[in-house]
Design a binder for this molecule. Structure first.
Ligand code: SF4
Length: 100
C-alpha cells in the first residue's frame, strides 16, 4: 500500500527545499505566541506582535523569507503587509539603480 496517490514532483520538492533553510524558525521569538497577534483583523493593533518581533534574534531571516516568498498577510520580521510592500519597492528601486 502506498501513501502517495499523486506522482511526486521531485523538481518542485527540490526547489522548495532549496528555497529556504527554515532552521531559523527554531529560534523565532514568536514560538508559543498567539498566532492571531500576527494575523490581526483589518484595523486591529499590531503593537503586541511587533513588540515580540523587536526582541527576535531571527528578525532579518524572517523578513527576508516573507519578502522572497511574497507573503501577503500578517506580521513578518516586525513589518506589516504595507511596510513590506514599501521595503520591496525600495529594494526594487535600489536594484534598478545599480543595474543602470
Ligand atoms: S520576526 Fe517576528 S514573526 Fe518573525 S520569527 Fe521573529 S517573532 Fe516571529
Amino acid at each position: 500500500m502506498s501513501f502517495i496517490s499523486q506522482p511526486v514532483d521531485l523538481e518542485g520538492l527540490r526547489h522548495a527545499l532549496a528555497f529556504d533553510d527554515l532552521a531559523w524558525h527554531d529560534r523565532a521569538n514568536c514560538q508559543g505566541a498567539n498566532a492571531d497577534l500576527f494575523f490581526p483583523e483589518r484595523g486591529a493593533s499590531t503593537r503586541a506582535a511587533k513588540a515580540i518581533c523587536r526582541e527576535c534574534q531571527v528578525r532579518g531571516e524572517c523578513l527576508d523569507f516573507a519578502l522572497r516568498s511574497g507573503e501577503k498577510f500578517g506580521i513578518w520580521g516586525g513589518l506589516s503587509e504595507r511596510e513590506r510592500r514599501r521595503v520591496r519597492r525600495e529594494r526594487q528601486v535600489a536594484a534598478a539603480r545599480r543595474a543602470s
